[in-house]
Design a protein around this ligand. Sequence first.
Ligand code: 28F
Length: 646
Amino acid sequence: MDENVNLQNENIPTSNNDYSAKDIQVLEGLEAVRKRPGMYIGDQSSRGLHHLVYEVIDNSIDESLAGFCDRIDVTIEENGSISVVDNGRGMPTDEHASGKSATEVIMTILHAGGKFDKGAYQVSGGLHGVGVSVVNALSEWLVVTIWRDGKEHQQRYERGNPVTPLGVTGPSDKRGTKVQFMPDPEIFTTTEFQADVLKARIRELAFLNSNVTIEFADRRPEKPQERTYHYPGGITAFVEYLNKGKEVLFKEPVLIKGNKDKTDVEVAIQYNDSYMERLYGFVNLINTIEGGTHVIGFRTALTRAINDEARRQKLLKEKEANLTGDDLKEGLSAVISVKVMEPQFEGQTKTKLGNSDVKGIVDSVVYEGLKEALENRPEIIKPIVESAIRARQAREAAKKAKELVRRKSVMSGLTLPGKLADCSNRDPEACEIYIVEGDSAGGSAKQGRNREFQAILPLRGKILNVEKARLEKILGSDTIRNIILALGCGVGDDFNETKLRYHKIFIMADADVDGAHIRTLLLTLFFRYMPQIIDQGYLYVAQPPLFRVQIGKEITYCYSEKEMKEAQRDNAGKKIDVQRYKGLGEMNAEQLWETTMNPENRIINKVEVQDAVEADKLFEVLMGDDVEPRRRFIETYGPEVRNLDI
Ligand code: 28F
């Protein structure tokens, strides 16, 4: 018996053929999506492209939240299309009042698929939950297959318009829904799916929905792969995954669950011995990277519960001040997953929770839960308090060393470093900064650049490895302070993107081992202390030429061995001179401009993080304290690593 499909959009056309105003409105609905895709999926770049997949998967997840689905298959097909299959009840196929099938209504009416029943939580809100009709409108083609009532049903659409009726294609004893779609190249700047990006979101969903198994497969010939994601341990397993390979302060993560005023709260906490905080917040399975009231409530409860227990166990002297939220951030790994009936999302990317009542709910659930855990497991509190006291001592020591004073000036970006050759343009959108290794290359870059929109910051020698240092020590390094001052946006919690002085930041270092080390140290600085610069796509690696090939009078610059060989082909017999560039310093200002800085000819590589959790692990392995994991990594991947894409 099919449930009625409750539609939030009343103006559904009355019949099939007389195109009343209402029909036009439906068509306009999908036209509106195609005219302004950004309104529905954020943008038309790779990020918006991957949102299409999340929309479809969310409908399968809703089926699993409702308790009818425990397996989802996500496949990048050989032809580059995406298939998502679930074993839920199957989208309704019965005829709708409008004369169309319920399926066609869901697939072609904006927001028609939104589950109307208030009973279950839905993955919706913000950019999420726009509905599968948006995916349909932005797909060159889409085929929906439904198995229910002993039959297989199927319908095909092109750019949102049905090109076949929903028809029965045969008997079937299966249950569930399959949506296969090809994103429309007329809409997206790229239609190439990134397996790592999809795997990161799938892994997250599997951790957050412990009852569901999600199979991923990439059937494209370049790099076929498949992987199963199923974590019965849920968010406890998520925190253990975050801490894998790290020294944890207590073995079993603390798990806290509670519900209040129809808000579900689930939190897992485990400390490790690093300086980093790894905290992930989710609202209705949406990753709230901008935080929000659930995170504030969590931090308030954590600080209060730990201070109370520390005093009770006399780990803090009477006259000693309470541990602060900052002290308790060091080494914290935590996952906060809340389910809210009517989430209000705020922030630039709609990933900040605004509901004020949720702060108090999370605070009381976490405080009670943590208090109980600390009483039942007395071994937990001591190492946490000792870690927090070390953090506080480091902060106080830095204050004495005036680092924190410098922190103010660095954060406010009031003074510019002397070594910076700034550009005359003041509009960050138009400006670029080259962070250049070595004074000689820095000199050539200053000379060769276009001083209207290109600034140069020469670096001298190695920079501090921030992976192993606290912020206070990092701000003590002149080189790093100069970079932060030149960029003007501050670091860490003080980061303020509106103060960023350049929207293109180039790391320009030699193509040799030293250059690679400097590049990696700088990438670590940006990834750990200014990740927003990477997320916004402002960080690039400049690519100087490796060879200069002169044939007669003709000079060609080559950026790879392959290019260099090609340049020499069909020129046999002529006088050929090949020069291999060892460092930037071998190029004069003119050559450096022409080959590496001139926007017309230069080759640049945008730094992108496709999987933040995996990137976090990679930086820890490559730059962290433990040599053993690094040695294993280099032995395993060293031979194949070309440009280590993070
Ligand atoms: C690969 C993508 O879209 N799966 C879906 C269902 C199941 C139902 C449903 C969907 C109910 C109220 C609209 C079936 N029987 N996978 C999917 N599985 N939609 S989408 O119902 C439509 C909604 O308004 C379903 C009983 N109740 C719900």
